[in-house]
Design a protein around this ligand. Structure first.
Ligand code: C5P
Length: 285
């Protein structure tokens, strides 16, 4: 018996950092959507609670540090089953890129184990269990364009997904630590996108207005510290992108294009400067 799950990447159309909470974390308000760039996970049972993660990606831990491993342990404990799990992960989403790949793999693991072992877990059950695993896991479980608040734990799916468009992703060869971004950025200097206006534009399916309202509070720090990321953003716009913004805590920058020919021009233009360029569609969910 084998179960296959697709784990799509996400982008932050809007990310606003509201304030620092007493627990040290930052209260966020975001609009997120899934894109058609996905990891693939295959699950099959093993005896005696054994957990094995196979992947060709040499950068990923395969022990308790891995989100998939943590999710399996959480499900084993919550549902009291004694089976183990063999997971094969085909990694297509760039790692540590601001695209939520690890969170999406965890969400796919909740769904996969639910099917593999017939656990009858509801979406709500899985969301509750997922909160310790990672900020973006609840969003990935919903899998719909959504307003996301708190630390990522409050997910309100929007009535409409974003108007269909093409997404060009460029992942610079930089590794940016999320904790560093949060601890070094200066709250008083942050740019605050208007999340409410962005939500309204999506609800009205107004593509032009939506592209005007995209924004990310975390972008300023990174663009300032890494001028090459600013360079990518500038080039995307120069090649004709409708908008270009950094996703999450970066360093991936994404461009939106309504027309395919434009998206191809942006992607090909950027391939002259960066190795990792992807041209994908938004996922209409
Ligand atoms: O969510 P993730 O585990 O990637 O977060 C890494 C670190 O980023 C946290 O330990 C915290 O220092 C910081 N962070 C924050 N506020 C958030 C999310 C993350 O301060 N909402």
């Amino acid at each position: 018996m084998e179960v296959i799950e697709k784990a799509p990447a996400k982008i932050n159309l809007g990310l606003d950092v509201l304030y620092k909470r007493p627990d040290g974390y930052h209260e966020l308000e975001m609009i997120m959507t899934s894109i058609d760039l996905s990891d693939r996970l295959t699950f099959s049972p093993l005896p005696n609670k054994k957990i094995i993660i196979q992947t060709d990606n040499g950068f990923l831990p395969r022990d308790k540090k891995n989100n998939i491993y943590q999710t399996i342990e959480i499900m084993q404990k919550a549902y009291g089953f004694s089976d183990g799990v063999l997971v094969h992960l085909t990694k297509n989403i760039p790692v540590a890129a601001g695209l939520g790949g690890g969170s999406s793999d965890a969400a796919a693991t909740f769904r996969g184990l639910n099917r593999l072992f017939g656990l009858n877990a509801t979406l709500n059950d899985m969301v509750k269990l997922s909160i310790p695993v990672g900020t973006d896991v609840p969003f990935c479980l919903y899998g719909k364009t959504a307003l996301v608040k708190g630390l990522g734990d409050i997910v309100q799916p929007l009535e409409h997904s974003i108007p269909q468009c093409w997404v060009v992703l460029v992942k610079p060869k930089l590794s940016i630590s999320t904790p560093k971004v949060f601890s070094r950025m200066r709250l008083e200097e942050l740019h605050h996108p208007n999340i409410r206006a962005l939500k309204t534009a999506i609800e009205q399916q107004d593509y032009q207005q939506m592209t005007k309202e995209l924004g990310n509070s975390l972008e300023g720090y990174t663009l300032n510290k890494y001028p090459s990321v600013q360079g990518i953003k500038d080039k995307m716009l120069a090649f004709g992108a409708d908008a270009a913004v950094m996703s999450g805590s970066g360093p991936t920058v994404f461009a939106l294009c309504q027309h395919y020919s434009r998206a191809v021009r942006v992607a090909n233009g950027l391939r002259g400067f960066c190795d990792e360029v992807y041209l994908v569609r938004t996922l209409n969910q």
